[in-house]
Design a binder for this molecule. Structure first.
Ligand code: APR
Length: 167
């Protein structure tokens, strides 16, 4: 099932939270900053040992002080106009996060609107890619029961809602 809510992803009572990270996995602003601030230094410590992460991939750490047991650090594509494989990389982030959730026995996963902030992916283009990839991945991994997209603003939620309704 896919849920869409307004809120703070660091406060979600789910088994895993997906971070919108960068390839260094050494922290940043936005969701990345919020997760490291709320989750505490143990998350960064663990990230240091992961050797970075390719765009389109996601790597797991424990959740530190977050309610969630795990953080899946996904690296979304930077938007360069759409001809550089951004769509496939964005879809891949969602697939990988659900795969990791299955591997780690997580029944619920919270997603941010990956790449739609600092990475500049237009929300109305990201939304259909994100929800379609998540829907497909949930079907392939039935043990993962809930994917909850958490947004800071109504406009972004509305884009993902419209995309979900069109599926
Ligand atoms: N909870 C939920 N959503 C949030 C939160 C939060 N606490 N904080 C920010 N967001 C939203 C933003 O409003 C945006 O809609 O998450 C979405 C993704 O924005 P970014 O965090 O900027 O992520 P992204 O566009 O993928 O850029 C990643 O930014 O923080 C750096 O290290 C990160 O270099 C990487 C880049």
């Amino acid at each position: 099932m896919i849920e869409l809510v307004i809120g703070d992803i660091t406060r979600q009572d789910v088994d895993a939270v997906v971070n919108a990270a960068n390839p260094t996995l050494l922290g940043g602003g936005g969701v990345d900053g919020a997760i490291h601030r709320a989750g505490g230094p143990s998350i960064l410590e663990e990230c240091r040992g992961l050797g970075g992460c390719e765009p389109g991939d996601a790597k797991p750490t424990r959740g530190g002080d977050l309610p969630a047991r795990y953080v899946f650090h996904a690296v979304g594509p930077i938007w360069h106009g759409g001809d550089g494989g951004e769509e496939e990389l964005l879809a891949s982030c969602h697939r990988r996060a659900i795969e990791l959730a299955d591997e780690h026995g997580c029944r619920s996963v919270a997603f941010p609107a990956i790449s739609t902030g600092a990475y500049g992916y237009p929300v109305e283009l990201a939304a259909p890619v994100a929800v379609a990839a998540t829907k497909e991945a949930l079907a392939a991994h039935p043990s993962v029961e809930v994917a909850r997209f958490v947004f800071r603003d109504e406009a972004t939620l509305a884009s993902y809602r419209a995309a979900l309704d069109r599926l």
